[in-house]
Ligand binder design. Sequence first.
Ligand code: CDP
Length: 229
Amino acid sequence: MEKRFDGRKFDELREIEVKVGILSACDGSAMFRIGNTIAIAGAFGPRECHPKHLQDPEKAILKCHYDMMTFSVPERKSPGPGRREIELSSVIRRALTPAIFLEEFPKTSIDVFIQIMQADAGTRCASICAASLALAEAGIPMRDLVSAVGVGKVNGKLVLDLTKEEEDTEGAVDMPIAIMPGKKKITLLQMDGKLSRDELEEAIKLGVKGCLQIYEIQKKALKEKYKVR
Ligand code: CDP
């Protein structure tokens, strides 16, 4: 196999489109599209945390709500978050938490709502990219943006940014990675399947390379929002 199903090189990302500030009802919002995967995120806060028993006197709490539109996948998704969506909300929250100065806002909550409009693999990574931009636009103090992408192994080759078709290939390995690029810190690393130690190191390098490309696109989209016209 020299090329991938969609003709991409092994280390090539899908086409990316990013828009910041798309929803006026939110403090911050963003759309992140990578190939046929589209995530929209809206952020609120810091604001008084309700119910009060969830308040942390030491810091803000971050709440993430991930869900998919019923029409986002070929087989209709039943409305409302199920087990998978609750798990992914927690994964996304953990990937974003290190980037936010939560300690500056005791007793408050910061809320991020993410909807997947269309899914073709990599929705948790697209969600993290969209959410970090929404948080930034909301003016929430952050150490860095968070950039994320899927890496994996398909037909024996390490590949960047898997599609659903690639993920469904027999024996495929899927490894989502998120980083704070400026801080050079990994905030999420998961793996579905098995890689050797050498492959894992290569896969991390490939993922970091992809994240750095995404970071540039995220920064450009954020600056675009504040461009003086
Ligand atoms: O989306 P992500 O790779 O982060 O998470 P996943 O749970 O591994 O899902 C992989 C892909 O399966 C999604 O991106 C969708 O394309 C697809 N999927 C689906 O077709 N129907 C669902 N109910 C859930 C996921």
